[in-house]
Design a protein. Structure first.
Length: 213
C-alpha cells in the first residue's frame, strides 16, 4: 500500500496514526511539495488534484485524509471501534471529521499559512476564527473524554493531528480546559503518536526555513 505524504502535514500524520492503530504497514513515499513533485505527470495520474496525503491500495487511489481514515478502518479494521457502524454514532464521528476539515483546520490554515508561506502580517480577524473553532471544540468536549462518543475514533485522531499542529506553532490551550485535558489524554492512548511528534519537529524546521527566506 503506497502512501504519498509529507511528515509535516497534519492530514498526512492523521493517516499515519490511523494506520498504526490498525497495524497497517504503509509503503511511505515522501513527496517534496517544495520541489513541486506533486505536479509530476506520474503523480497527477494517481491524483488529479495533486494533493497529499494520497493512498494507493492495490491500484485504487484515494486522497483527502479523512476519506482515507474511513477507508482504512472500513476495509482493514478488525472491529468498528474507530469508525462505528451504528448510524447515530457514525454520524457524530462524521460531523467531527467535517468540523475538523471545514472549521478547525481551515481556521488554522487561513491564519497561519499566509504568515509562514508568504511572510504576511497576522490577520486578527482570522485569529478570531481560530479562537472560535477551539471554543466549539471545547464545548464538544464538555464532560467527554473523546470528541465523538465514549471511545477513541478517527475523529479524535484527525483532530489530534490538527490540534498538535496549532499548539506547535504557538497557540495556547489555557483558555480551553476541556481541549487541554483531552489533548493530554489522547496523546497517551493514540497509536503512532511518536511518529506524529517526529512530523511536528519536521514542521518546526520547515517553518523556520520559510521565515529565513
Amino acid at each position: 500500500m503506497d502512501f504519498y505524504y509529507s511528515p509535516g502535514s497534519a492530514p498526512c500524520r492523521s493517516v499515519l496514526m490511523t494506520a498504526a492503530a490498525l497495524g497497517i504497514k504503509l509503503n511511505k513515499k515522501l513527496l517534496n511539495t517544495g520541489e513541486k513533485e506533486q505536479l509530476k505527470p506520474e503523480f497527477i495520474k494517481l491524483n488529479p488534484q495533486h494533493t497529499i496525503p494520497t493512498l494507493v491500495d492495490n491500484g485504487f487511489s484515494i486522497w483527502e485524509s479523512r476519506a482515507i481514515l474511513v477507508y482504512l478502518v472500513e476495509k482493514y479494521g478488525k472491529d468498528d471501534s474507530l469508525f462505528p457502524k451504528d448510524p447515530q454514532q457514525q454520524a457524530l464521528v462524521n460531523q467531527r471529521l467535517y468540523f475538523d476539515m471545514g472549521v478547525l483546520y481551515q481556521a488554522f490554515a487561513d491564519y497561519y499559512y499566509p504568515q509562514f508561506r508568504f511572510n504576511k502580517p497576522a490577520d486578527p480577524e482570522n485569529f478570531k476564527k481560530v479562537e472560535a473553532a477551539f471554543a466549539l471544540l471545547n464545548t464538544f468536549l464538555e464532560g467527554e473524554q473523546y470528541v465523538a462518543g465514549s471511545r477513541l475514533t478517527v475523529a479524535d485522531i484527525s483532530i489530534l493531528a490538527s490540534v498538535s499542529t496549532v499548539v506547535t506553532v504557538g497557540f495556547p490551550l489555557e483558555n480551553y480546559p476541556n481541549v487541554a485535558k483531552w489533548y493530554e489524554h489522547v496523546q497517551k492512548v493514540t497509536p503512532g503518536w511518536s511518529e506524529n511528534q517526529e512530523g511536528l519537529e519536521k514542521l518546526k524546521e520547515r517553518i523556520a526555513a520559510m521565515r529565513k527566506q
